[in-house]
Design a protein around this ligand. Structure first.
Ligand code: NAG
Length: 273
């Protein structure tokens, strides 16, 4: 009996370390901010769901603000035919005219076709730094971790710990970097079938509504002093992964869209690391 309970304890301890048991309580960490009952916190705060139907989408925001941090949660996106739906998941500061934002948007697709992960970085109200990716797995089958590592030097968009995108602070080259406004974590699901799926050609099939995205295991590691990751650079292995993602899964990069920038790309596009 003693042996059994000791090993049970260590299994639970291991699962906590491996992040399989959540210590987060989503009701403590988030407010459902719109959707008139379409957003729900379930299972004693372990699960949050947002739904979209013909009348409305829904959304939530974190109660806390963060200024730098390693912030993320697990998402399971709308399954099946999710064409026309967009699930936005982003950090944003609150003053709209000069807001900073670190943006993931998941653009749905017809069954069997890949979601598009759209990313952007806004500084002082200005974005136009879009990069888009497909994923190397089906994001509707299981929960996957989508996180942002935001330090004074860099922003990393991560999926299951694999870096998708890096946005470095290059202020000496005249590239603004978000570093003075705290941000909240937001998510929402809404209808964007005018543009989202295959350029707007595929519309939302409302006979399939409601469309549901699910969330769990939120974490925000914001330790300020002495945090190892605060000064972390991508190590060679992580950099190789980033190259692998860009080579195989990137479908759009504003830095190669010459039509859009006839007078030259923004300065960060010329930086090579
Ligand atoms: C949907 O699938 C098509 C065809 O595979 C792909 O080109 C597109 O990037 C996918 N994503 C969206 C949001 O349309």
């Amino acid at each position: 009996m003693a042996i059994l309970s000791r090993s049970a304890t260590s299994i639970i301890a291991m699962m906590i370390i491996m992040g399989q048991i959540s210590c987060s309580n989503l009701a403590r960490d988030f407010d459902i901010t719109w959707g008139n009952g379409r957003g729900k916190i379930l299972n004693n705060g372990e699960l949050l769901t947002l739904t979209l139907d013909r009348d409305s989408g829904s959304g939530f925001q974190s109660k806390n603000r963060f200024l730098f941090g390693n912030i993320g949660m697990q998402l399971k996106l709308v399954p099946g035919n999710s064409a026309g739906t967009v699930t936005a998941y982003y950090l944003s500061s609150e003053r709209w005219d000069t807001h900073d934002e670190i943006d993931f948007e998941f653009l749905g697709n017809v069954s069997g076709q890949p979601y598009t992960v759209h990313t952007n970085v806004y500084v002082a109200g200005k974005g136009e730094r879009e990069q888009q990716f497909h994923l190397w797995f089906d994001p509707t089958k299981d929960f996957h971790t989508y996180s942002v590592l935001w330090t004074p030097r860099t922003i990393l968009f991560m999926v299951d710990g694999t870096p998708l995108r890096e946005f470095r602070s290059l202020e000496s080259k005249g590239v603004p970097f978000p570093k003075s406004q705290a941000m909240k974590l937001y998510s929402s699901i809404w209808n964007a079938d005018q543009w989202a799926t295959q350029g707007g050609r595929v519309k939302t099939d409302w006979t399939l509504a409601p469309f549901t995205a699910s969330y769990r295991n939120f974490y925000a590691d914001t330790c300020r002093a002495g945090c190892r990751w605060m000064s972390e650079e991508l190590d060679p292995t992580a950099r190789e992964k980033l190259r692998w993602v860009r080579r195989n899964f990137m479908i759009y990069d504003y830095c190669t869209d010459a039509k859009r920038f006839p007078r030259g790309f923004p300065p960060e596009c010329y930086a090579r690391f």
